[in-house]
Write a protein that binds this ligand. Sequence first.
Ligand code: ADP
Ligand code: ASP
Ligand code: MG
Length: 450
Amino acid sequence: MIVCKFGGTSVADAAGIRRLVAIVAGRAAERPLVVVSALAGVTDGLLDLAAAVYAGDAAALDRAIDALVRRHETVAGELPETGPALETVRADAESIRSSLSPALGRRLRPAEVDQVAGYGELWSSRLVAGALHGAGVPSAWADIRPIMVTDDRFGRATPYVQMVNNRARECLRPLLADGMIPVTQGFIGATADGVPTTLGRGGSDFTAALLGAALGAGRVEIWTDVDGLMTADPRIVPAARTLAAASYEEAAELATFGAKVLHPATAMPLVRAGIPIVVLNASRPELPGTTIEPSAELERMGDSPIRSISWKRGITVINVRAPRMLGAYGFLRAMFEVFERHEVVVDVLASGEVSVSLTVEDRARLDPVVRELSQLGEVWTEDGRAIVSVVGIGLRGTPGLASRIFRAVQPANVEVISQGASAINMTFVVREDDGPDVVRRLHDEFFGAK
Ligand code: ADP
Ligand code: ASP
Ligand code: MG
């Protein structure tokens, strides 16, 4: 069997869903399992409801709910056999309205936000299942929530892999064995008690990978709006090229440092079984896309030591200076315990003789972290920063690369430099405004027409 995951832009409108139907029908012999995201923009729209509730704006809440329903009506209106899906959308919208109206004026709890944020996938999967059925493709809508059992860290829940494996096999294998194409939801899950959760933004890729690993898929296809994993975000670098192949490690590093095309955790469940991920363009299904697989055959591939350049904005640098840390053990541990206690993820770390610089993306929980770090030394923060990351297996043991990178980056000021232990990325911090230019200059240096 194979897993075919379709992102929001691939199911943005009726034409997109018709393309999906053709792609899936063409793969019927490979026994596909379909995982879908919400229609493009719908998850944002659902999260906006929480903002309208907090603002106490009843009219805005009503308008926003109506707009979501109309959005699905427009798509369904052009597709046969999606009437029942629409009934579900309308009924859910009314239950959202009646559960949120009494909450006007207060901040929704994380569990309440997750409950609302997950409707987009429930709706899109109903539309897609209906459309497949309408096209004569035997399909079955499957609820992922009892399968994707997670902890209760709402908004960024972690699946319990063993349980997911067992439930996925129990619930989905019989459908596949019956010759049905299951259509299920990315991004959402539920606690063991059945309370809805979400896996974090962009989490549908991760869902697809978990299901692929559970079911022993031949490959996991990620259908999106670009030709594959590229040498840079084509929105920043129009000349970016599509990579034929990349390793799991490279894909994970690129995603961690900003390449939105894949969720950072996607490769993780697939490594052990060596199941390849193929990133494909749903508007141009005839293209080969990018195959992501174990690194062995890739080590010497291609002429550039670099595979791709990614960047991530909205970064804050935290500097801790403590003369006493010189020669003192236990200092770094004490520092990381602060981050651990507040569940704040550190992306980049660089340490010198008496100071440490780290980068974080999550500003919401920064204040208590800074307060506690101040007990260890002098702390200052710099925001409005971006991380730029140059990634490639070829970085391992290619001498002279660092100077080539930094020559290209000038005249932008580079603030923190770090090379991951895997030695396949070189990452540094620049001012946010300089980010796109830095990415373009690096791209020119390593992939420009020579
Ligand atoms: P989906 O809705 O299909 O999950 P996303 O918007 O999450 O799609 O991811 C696709 C987007 O990722 C592309 O439109 C592109 O702008 C962006 N992107 C960033 N870096 C890269 C990269 N290195 N290669 C390809 N796309 C990238
Ligand atoms: N719909 C969710 C989001 O917008 C999940 C995903 O697209 O992967 O984040
Ligand atoms: Mg995505």
